[in-house]
Design a protein around this ligand. Structure first.
Ligand code: BTN
Length: 258
């Protein structure tokens, strides 16, 4: 598979020699974190054909059966403070939507902050993890991307949530071609501002009724905007406005929030 991916990358792509493809891993993010801790450079890409313990945001599991999806993680070494990187997931989402659109001709939407959505169901997601060193600077970031490619039986709890590109579009894109497109889009990703306009267009959460679920409570409101730092501006039912950055946000009409 690695040779196939390389065929779709330019001979001068700066990350060409940093791509690892393995048959099985517990989680490509866990392995990328391990490599980053050992000093792996920015642009190290880990792809597995199968994950036995794939993870999503909020410590949910990510269903990753063999050769049914793209399971890819990337090591980045941004030189900034942790507070300056809330929007990293948003910028990655735009890059991954670009890649999917380039390969399939169809652009998915994004459910804030990290879910990739097609026809109101989830085709994949993004898991960004940061390693912070004192005093709050980012040592490295691992960005994990999971995209369901082939039509498959999802676990019962995902039955009404998850779908795949094949189920929605009729054909599954080639995994190596999509992997290469994602790598190209991530390398070209602009963290300095260009992402925001496109993210606002892609974000299906905007204008929707939402539930904001934190450890303390669940509150209802309407999503008004995505802020330049990636946080979601919500107007709650009592009229006050607040930005949310770390909470879980359900969208009315999408899976578990009817
Ligand atoms: C989510 O649904 O909240 C994010 C899912 C992210 C899944 C990808 S698959 C590759 C990488 N390795 C993991 O364990 N998770 C990410």
């Amino acid at each position: 598979m690695k040779q196939e991916i390389l065929k779709h990358l330019s001979a001068h792509h700066p990350w060409r020699d940093r791509i690892l493809v393995l048959d099985v891993l517990d989680s490509t993010n866990a392995y990328a974190r391990h490599l980053a801790k050992e000093g792996a450079p920015e642009g190290t890409v880990v792809i597995a054909r199968q994950q036995t313990a794939g993870r999503g945001r909020m410590n949910r599991s990510f269903h990753s059966p063999p050769d049914a999806g793209l399971y890819l993680s990337l090591v980045l070494r941004p030189k900034c403070m942790v507070g300056d990187l809330i929007h990293l997931t948003c910028a990655v989402a735009v890059a991954v939507c670009d890649a999917i659109e380039n390969v399939t001709g169809v652009r998915p939407g994004v459910k804030w902050i990290n879910d990739l959505v097609l026809n109101k169901r989830k085709i994949g997601g993004i898991l960004t993890q940061l390693r912070i060193s004192c005093p709050g600077t980012v040592d490295y970031a691992t960005i994990g991307i999971g995209i369901n490619l082939t039509a498959q039986e999802f676990p019962r709890e995902l039955g009404h949530i998850a779908t795949s590109l094949e189920a929605e579009l009729g054909t599954a894109p080639s995994l190596p071609k999509l992997a290469a497109a994602v790598i190209v889009a991530l390398e070209a990703m602009d963290l300095e501002g260009q992402w925001l306009d496109q993210y606002r267009k892609d974000c299906i959460t905007l204008g929707s009724q939402v539930r904001v679920i934190s450890d303390e409570d669940t509150r209802e409101g309407r999503a008004l905007d995505v802020c330049p730092n990636g946080a979601l501006l919500v107007e709650f039912t009592d009229g006050h406005r607040e930005t949310v950055a770390w909470d879980d946000v359900s969208v009315r009409g999408l899976w578990d929030y009817i």
